[in-house]
Design a protein around this ligand. Structure first.
Ligand code: NDP
Length: 486
């Protein structure tokens, strides 16, 4: 018993001492060290909801990092955010993922998730809203209000598609025939219509290939006199009969009739003139901005917002916080390099934990304090397979009815399904939820004017009361349904 106690105090002291050295350096007095040790000692062993390695983000960087830290014996949780798998789930085939000639982005991400889970990592569909960097272990607040305490954090939150600063953007962003950055999600909505793509990188050429089978005509607007996309991608696009590439062109204004886009005003830099192009969709592929807002003011970032890492490591300016992938890399920005950065961050995080004295004995001691996800209730949605089913469902109840129109090819739809099931469970006594595959019931989708998926339609007393053509997170969908429940 006494020996056990000594061992316990011994490992705790090591942890506290190293923490004090790492965190306080030479700036504090001896008495500060003593009191800091006390605070840290207590905070580690009295903290609840402890996570030894917390990964925030679920793209190639996050999932690869988690596979490594978990495999190296550190209990690892990944908070995957609202878009599990990240941007790669919005692309189709990837031809530069190491070891595979051609593989769907969604499959790559599923493989990485499977590998991380097999190593023992916990992948949780949850978003982080705040990190308190003022004390260690770091208190991290989740979207549902829970607070967890992380010993090491790997930020792998990626980057978000950039916006164009032109008039018309706010009015038409996200409209059915408007402005979008996801061709794979929205291409079918532009059947036989003319569209423009803005950008000259690989994403722009990929969008052109995704749109070509649907749109009547596609104009790619490139601001320089050359494209940045790879030669092979450029050639493939040049061979598409319904694609025109215009160089030295930039959009100055997006105009429409209040409901949908009707044209864009384009400056021709070669002639310094402005021309109007009649189109009903604007696809934007002009790069990305890093999602570093969570750690703003906690770790050093550059002027563009990319997290700065130290030398040839993935360490940020804050001990115990690491960064990997596009949130810290504006140079390479490849799925493969993001995964590589994830590996480096995982190894750095492991070294950090070992340096501060984290070892199997401590891990065992902390086991009762580890965070465990609550069980989330879900309700399987009834499936509408015939238009008649739908009409009967509407007719026979005065309950609120929610129909989730989706498609198998639509990754945002598939990502949203568990959320719809969660919300269905929450409102199970007052709302009847259905799902309908637009390819299984095309006549119903046409009749309901489902021009884009995911599409959520709400009925009350047999009347349609809301229709939203977009992927929603748990909070948004809950708020929407709550509006119609007494
Ligand atoms: P990039 O940064 O490579 O290209 C962005 C393009 O948008 C450039 O042509 C840029 O022009 C242009 N641009 C930037 N800002 C503006 C603006 N305000 N107005 C007009 N044009 C603008 O981004 P991508 O998203 O294309 O690619 C990012 C990374 O992802 C790359 O490494 C790419 O290889 C990779 N990728 C891989 C894919 C795959 O393998 N399946 C698919 C898609 C991307 P300029 O050249 O003048 O700066």
């Amino acid at each position: 018993m006494v020996a056990d106690m000594q061992k316990k105090v011994g490992v705790r002291s090591v942890l506290a001492l190293v923490y004090a050295l790492v965190f306080l350096g030479g700036c504090s007095s001896e008495s500060d060290h003593v009191s800091a040790r006390g605070i840290v000692f207590d905070s580690v062993f009295t903290a609840q909801n402890v996570i030894p390695v917390l990964v925030i983000g679920s793209g190639p960087a996050g999932r690869t990092a988690a596979a490594y830290t978990a495999r190296n014996g550190f209990a690892t949780v990944v908070f995957e955010g609202n878009k599990p798998g990240g941007l790669l789930t919005e692309t189709t085939y990837v031809e530069n993922w190491p070891g595979r000639v051609r593989q769907l982005g969604t499959e790559i991400m599923e493989d990485l998730a499977e590998q991380a889970r097999a190593a023992g990592a916990l992948l949780v569909r949850e978003s982080v809203t705040r990190i308190d960097g003022s004390r260690w272990p770091y208190a991290v607040t989740l979207a549902d209000g829970q607070v967890v305490h992380a010993l090491a954090i790997i930020i792998a939150t990626g980057a978000a598609p950039r916006r164009l600063a032109v008039p018309g953007w706010d009015e038409y962003w996200g409209k059915d025939h408007g402005i979008t950055s996801c061709a794979i999600c929205d291409a079918p909505n532009y059947k036989n219509r003319a569209v423009v793509i803005v950008g000259g990188g690989d994403s722009a050429t990929e969008m052109a290939e995704q749109l070509a089978p649907h749109a009547r005509h596609i104009t790619i607007l490139v601001r320089k006199d050359h494209m940045r996309a790879s030669e092979s991608r450029q050639k493939r696009v040049q061979n598409l009969s319904n694609v025109t590439i215009l160089y030295e062109r930039e959009i100055e204004r997006i105009t429409g009739n209040g409901v949908e886009v009707t044209s864009v005003e384009v400056r021709n830099h070669a002639t310094n003139s402005v021309e109007s192009l009649p189109v009903s969709g604007v696809f934007v592929a002009i790069g990305h901005d890093p999602n570093s807002g969570l750690v703003k003011g906690i770790v050093d970032c550059d002027t563009a917002g990319y997290i700065q890492v130290q030398g040839r490591t993935q360490k940020t300016s804050k001990p115990g916080i690491f960064a990997a992938g596009d949130v810290q890399d504006h140079t390479y920005r490849q799925a493969g390099t993001a995964a590589g950065f994830g590996i480096c961050a995982a190894l750095d995080a492991g070294n950090f934990l070992q340096e501060i004295g984290f070892n199997p004995a401590i891990a065992q001691q902390l086991a009762p304090q580890l965070w465990k996800p609550g069980t989330v209730a879900r309700k399987t949605l009834e499936v509408i397979t015939k238009t008649g089913d739908f009409d009967r469902a509407i007719a026979r109840t005065d309950k609120v009815i929610v129909v989730d129109f989706f498609a198998q090819y639509c990754r945002p739809c598939l990502n949203m399904l568990p959320i719809v099931e969660e919300v269905a469970a929450r409102f199970s006594s007052s709302v009847q939820f259905y799902k309908a595959d637009v390819d299984e019931v095309p006549e119903l989708a046409d009749r309901m004017q489902v021009v884009k998926v995911p599409c959520i339609i709400v009925y009350k007393n047999g009347e349609m009361v809301a229709r939203l053509h977009k992927a929603m997170d748990r909070a948004e969908l809950t708020a929407l349904v709550s509006r119609f429940v007494a």
